[in-house]
Design a protein around this ligand. Structure first.
Ligand SMILES: Cc1cc2nc3c(=O)[nH]c(=O)nc-3n(C[C@H](O)[C@H](O)[C@H](O)COP(=O)(O)OP(=O)(O)OC[C@H]3O[C@@H](n4cnc5c(N)ncnc54)[C@H](O)[C@@H]3O)c2cc1C
Length: 400
């Protein structure tokens, strides 16, 4: 007789989504191994916008206060066309316990989730451990894992294995899951976090212009993030270019301010053909990638984790058929992703059109959208509160 698997679930990848899933499974007391190939959480800020549905999830884990206290509540966003203020968007009237977008570095979010894992005796986190291979049988998954620097593999078994290992997911490849809807957008962005001398306080500012866009967000510890659309595709960060274009497009001078991090990014979109293959499932960027414009990728991954944790719990507690549960997970989360990714794509398209005609048309559009007719519904839209199947608690409303 085959022996029982070592774990209920193996999670591959201790980024924000894998750690969220680890916490949710720990809360449900499922025996979980989380492996992460790096030795320590990243120091970079990376994703910074945490939306209200995700904050609700942090609240369910008892972590919303600790996260909110380490971030900045962005209650107001101002939109400019050229040097002209085109409109404002206030999140204060949102019908949610968290009427704001929280600006908090991804490194902090990871730390908060990782520290909390210690509370759960049923979850083991192994850093410096990489997944190398998987093998599936009818009853379990065997993972070959390797410690950094070790020459030998170790074999661990689980009833299920979840790939939370990011956009270049090894789990996805090993499970033979292909991508669909792949798109590379012809835009490129430079991003840097500076000491904040702008006087913009806790507000987010979006500057659209005929020369390209600039986005500016507050960060904790007296810092501010600036992101510019570049004139042409580039291959490496260029702080001098960013400083020049921020000044040219917005009038804000960053020269002389301390720069804490700089990077560049291109934008693309894809989704996996299936969110699961037998006993292997995908979650977060391993399953899908969208343009970071609009700040929805990590938040979509958090909601994936919530739905997948529930599916796994239903299987272990009620012996529900896991194939049917995974099919439903695929269906609901694919819909949510499609809506979020399409919004990100549309927002990026509108914001990055160049030239005088585009600038005039955009000013008109922004004034209409942020004017009295639509202004009431837009905050919920940008706070991801109108994404279908954004959380388990929204399920009943969305299905009627
Ligand atoms: C510039 C930029 C800004 C963004 N801003 C936002 C934002 O404001 N809001 C938002 O919601 N999203 C934002 N995003 C998107 C967000 O960063 C991603 O959606 C998020 O990081 C996905 O998290 P994840 O845990 O799925 O994957 P990742 O963060 O990629 O984590 C994957 C983890 O898996 C580990 N791993 C990989 N392979 C293995 C292996 N074989 N074995 C063990 N471990 C492995 C990696 O080391 C890593 O820790 C932004 C993205 C970019 C590029």
């Amino acid at each position: 007789m085959a022996s029982a698997p070592d774990y209920d679930v193996i999670i591959v990848g201790g980024g924000p989504v894998g750690l969220m899933l680890g916490n949710l499974l720990g809360k449900k007391n499922l025996n979980t191994l989380l492996i992460e190939k790096t030795a320590a959480p990243p120091a970079e800020s990376m994703a910074i916008g945490v939306t209200p549905p995700s904050l609700d999830l942090f609240q369910a884990l008892g972590l919303d206060d600790v996260l909110v206290n380490r971030g900045i509540r962005v209650e107001l966003a101002k939109v400019h066309e050229g040097r002209q203020l085109a409109g404002e968007l206030s999140f204060q009237s949102l019908d949610n316990p968290h009427p704001y977008i929280l600006a908090v570095p991804q490194a902090t979010t990871i730390n908060v989730l990782e520290e909390n894992l210690l509370r759960y005796g049923s979850v083991t986190l192994c850093r410096k451990t990489s997944l190398i291979e998987i093998e599936q049988t009818e009853k379990m998954v065997t993972a070959k894992v390797k410690k950094t620097g070790a020459t030998e593999f170790k074999q661990v078994t689980a009833s299920f294995l979840v790939g939370c290992d990011g956009h270049s997911s090894v789990v996805r490849d090993l499970a033979g899951i292909k991508l669909t809807g792949e798109k590379e957008y012809p835009v490129c962005f430079l991003m840097a976090d500076f000491a904040d001398n702008s006087g913009l306080g806790d507000e987010a500012h979006l500057f659209f212009s005929r020369h390209g866009s600039v986005e500016s967000f507050p960060l904790p510890k007296g810092q501010r993030r600036w992101i510019i659309q570049t004139d042409h595709l580039i291959n490496s960060p260029d702080k001098a270019l960013l400083i020049r274009d921020v000044q040219r497009r917005t009038g804000y001078a960053l020269k002389g301010s301390k720069c804490f991090s700089e990077s560049m990014f291109r934008t693309r979109r894809f989704v996996c053909q299936s969110y699961h293959s037998d006993r292997v499932a995908l979650c977060g960027d391993a399953a899908h990638v969208m343009s970071p414009v609009g700040g929805q990728g990590m938040n979509t991954g958090f909601a994936d984790a919530e739905f997948l944790a529930e599916a796994l719990f239903k299987h272990f507690s009620n012996s529900e058929d896991f194939q049917a549960l995974f099919e439903e997970y695929d269906h609901l989360r694919r819909l949510a992703f499609t809506v979020a990714a399409t919004r990100a794509e549309r927002g990026m398209w509108v914001g990055t059109r160049r030239g005088s005609l585009a600038s005039v048309l955009r000013l008109f559009l922004v004034k209409v959208l942020l004017g009295p007719i639509f202004n009431k519904s837009l905050p919920a839209y940008f706070a991801m509160l109108t994404i279908p199947y954004r959380s388990l608690s929204s399920l009943d409303n969305d299905q009627h």
